[in-house]
Design a protein around this ligand. Sequence first.
Ligand code: G16
Length: 545
Amino acid sequence: MTAIRTVSTTPFPDQQPGTSGLRKKVSVFQQPHYLENFVQALFDTLEDCQGQTLVLGGDGRYYNDVAIQTILKMAAAAGFGRVLVGQNGLLSTPAASAVIRRHKASGGIILSASHNPGGPNGDFGIKYNINNGSPAPEKVTDAVFERSKSIDKYHILAREAVALDRLGETRFGAMTVEVVDAVEDYAQLMGELFDFNRIRALLTSGQFTMHFDAMHAVTGPYACTIFEEQLEAAAGTVMNGQPLPDFGGGHPDPNLAHAKDLVALLNQDNGADFGAAADGDGDRNMILGRGIFVSPSDSIAILTANAHLVPGYRAGLTGVARSMPTSQAVDRVAAQLGIPCYETPTGWKFFGNLLDANIVTLCGEESFGTGSNHVREKDGLWAVLFWLNILAVRGQSVAEIVHEHWAKYGRNYYSRHDYEALDIDAANGIIEHLRASLTQLSNRSFGGRQISIADDFAYTDPVDHSVSQHQGIRIGFSDSARIIFRLSGTGTEGATLRIYLEQYESDLAKLHLDTQDALADLIAIATQLAEVKQRSGREAPTIIT
Ligand code: G16
């Protein structure tokens, strides 16, 4: 009989989950009892863990191995019957969602800080997904935070660590730990959705080259199995395929700023036909063609317009959804298809109810996220396979597909300007100032542009009617241009102000401008309205995507 220890503790005041779980510096999680308090607050909130099945895994970042063992011991103490753990503690976020669904688990814990840097000085994170595989909704995360404020003890099994390198089952107190193949279920699911034969034919044709940058993060093993083994892409197609605790010193954020080597490979003369990258935990993606970057907002629009070419979606889409700051490109496609397009707050958790109710099939976000009803997370490799399936069927280049799309639907020029690590009071001051200006803004015009909507976005979930307030300052113009301001809920240093800019263009002669040039007027209006320089002292954004 293995003993369960009860340990006294005192609350930490800062355990409020953000857009996607609790994200902090590794050093914060390393404080004695910090992780344990949060996990116990979660288990207390779940109430009945007795005999339940939990899924557990992470993106392999620094502290993943330590945290997994602590959570296993606490899960055993809480009475879970079985924990399914990814081999070596690894599970990509979409794979964890797939495992929860396929094995009918009561939920799962994912250890990741997504695209944030790793290593001892980097970030760590923990989030809980519910039994449909979706990130826990706000009512759960709010309850965990409430519980964390009064926690005074936690329970933990007094035992040695369990080995996670070999597949199979181990008794751990009264609980069973089952080490599962992290890739198997997921790869099988991908094979059910996409035309692997057709993609294989493209990849082995000798006429098509691709690079996939796993950024030394969790998708490496998945990409090697799916692209190089199952689809027979050339050896070396997967770059940086070995997951490392510090992501090789890189920043596992698949965008133009952080996947520079990949971008260079696509931009050179005779570069590859297709390039893609995924982030730390495998839920984000970036899509590139030779000499062209596909903005995430365009990507979801193009996937929607071409879904009929892909086996898993041939039967049709019930609807689509995008987060509020994501461009309205997909709205135009949905309108043409005669299906609804829902606008939700930022955070994948808001798509869960819509997917469960089967009122949407595809979802997308400007923050390099796309996904569907196959799991309840965004899914980087899924997006890459979707693109490959379209390329294989259409036999055109990425650039041709994107340009044809713009010619048919018009182009939503789109960019996000981030001001990172701002003083928290200054950042809150910017949002408060904008909020206070909303009433007087509604009737104003700028450079001939009339404001048609100025509000603080609030969302009522159409399924459970829960209301989420203060989801971003939204300013829309009569020509359908928009400027959105909100503070990030995923950063770990100070505050990050995000300014999202969008302008629609249907004139064929103006579809190929430089994005920042096309948005120059809106950028000037945005910085003026928000008084960014006066209030933050910053002359320019930290990063433009
Ligand atoms: C998370 C959420 C996404 C959100 C993104 C950015 O993604 O799941 O829905 O768009 O954060 O959020 P924010 O703008 O608040 O920083 P990930 O990939 O970081 O888990």
